[in-house]
Design a binder for this molecule. Structure first.
Ligand code: NAP
Length: 331
């Protein structure tokens, strides 16, 4: 493979960003020991930021975004991989300042790569992608911190998005009673289909509330929203409850007092899937392929090709995501 098709985002002299589908040379890819032919990628909120020119995510353009990739090894300097191995790469620097999965080829350090676990196809791994993987990581962290199905309702915010939908489906599979918070009426039926027991209007959580504590409602929560939403969630956790915080779509800043922590013993758990050690990633991918395998992944996935990539990224950027977009690089 010498040439490959990719989205490339360029910055013009007046600071505007434009995306185009172009032919690129494999020799343009940064140094790295494992060359991979990408079959599927997926769309995440961070990709939408990179695509729109957010310098907090991507410092230098021209750039090919795509923080997720699944495909086949073409060549590797590592003895862990050989040509033809099916592999998954998510996180680290992929798609940020390393050319990403919105191109048919990537070259990355072998330390970023995991072999596709048996039980999960390349496409299924990308229906999950960083978003689904992060949902699983949040739930694993809640469980490690004592969340049990009998404790009561678990809240998922941003439920119609990528992290949210997978979190709803996984919690329901694991026997938890799920409250799904969403701002989209059209998402109610799919969220119920995925196992949500109740729908919460996101406006009931997203407004500033000056009271230091609220009625105890949730035994645990997965929060992708941050901002006032996260403040309100912390204030309404039940005694000893935990919230796994992984996102910032409302705001990266939030206000809190120590009262819920010192009077109700609640826990604020930070979740990062990007720099997680590869051995931990490997173990969680295996869990997602076996004990936590979701059999309804098709229901949350919209498959797109290069032609729809730009409009779909704009949809994600504007908070209009409905589940997961999977990009077929052969389209
Ligand atoms: N820590 C990590 O390792 C990690 C990994 C992956 C993602 N993330 C972060 O997690 C967040 C969600 O990612 P995602 O891929 O699920 O994004 P997504 O698919 O775009 O979904 C985000 C959802 O949040 C809700 N939302 C959007 N704007 C909002 C606002 N202003 N106020 C309240 N809710 C809003 C919407 O759901 P409703 O309409 O249903 O409310 C939207 O569908 C992002 O901040 C992302 O950066 C972090």
């Amino acid at each position: 493979m010498q040439q490959f098709k990719a989205m490339q985002v360029t910055e013009s002299a007046d600071g505007k960003f434009q995306a185009a589908i172009v032919e690129r040379g494999v020799n343009e890819l940064l140094e790295g020991d494992t060359l991979i032919k990408v079959r599927y990628s997926s769309l995440n909120y961070k990709d939408a930021l990179s695509f729109s020119g957010n310098k907090g995510v991507t410092r230098q353009y021209p750039h090919t975004p795509g923080i997720d990739a699944a495909g086949t090894v073409i060549s590797s300097d590592s003895s862990n991989f050989k040509a033809g191995d099916e592999v998954i790469v998510i996180g680290y620097d992929l798609g940020m300042n390393t050319s990403g999965g919105f191109g048919q080829a990537i070259r990355v350090p072998a330390e970023w790569v995991v072999k596709r676990p048996e039980g999960l196809s390349l496409k299924e791994s990308m229906v999950l992608g960083t978003a689904g993987f992060t949902a699983a990581l949040c739930i694993e962290k809640l469980i490690i911190n004592g969340a049990k199905p009998d404790d009561g309702k678990v809240l998922v915010t941003g439920a119609s998005g990528g992290v949210g939908m997978v979190a709803v489906a996984l919690l329901s599979k694991l026997g938890y009673s799920v409250s799904a918070s969403t701002g989209k009426e059209q998402a109610h039926s799919i969220l119920k289909q995925l196992g949500a027991d109740e729908i919460v209007d996101r406006s009931s959580l997203s407004e500033e509330n000056s009271r230091p504590m609220l009625k105890e409602d949730w035994a645990a929560a997965v929060d992708v929203v941050g901002g006032h939403t996260l403040s309100n969630v912390i204030k309404s956790l039940r005694y000893g409850g935990s919230v796994a915080a992984c996102g910032l779509v409302q705001s990266p800043a939030f206000e809190a007092t120590v009262l819920p922590f010192i009077l109700r013993g609640v826990n604020l758990l930070g979740v990062d899937s990007v720099q997680l050690p590869i051995t931990v990633k490997f173990a969680l991918w295996h869990k997602l392929a076996v004990e936590w395998k979701l059999d309804n992944l098709d229901e949350i996935c919209t498959e797109i090709g290069f032609d729809d990539l730009e409009s779909s990224l704009n949809q994600v950027l504007n908070g209009g995501a409905n589940g997961r977009f999977v990009l077929d690089l052969n389209s």
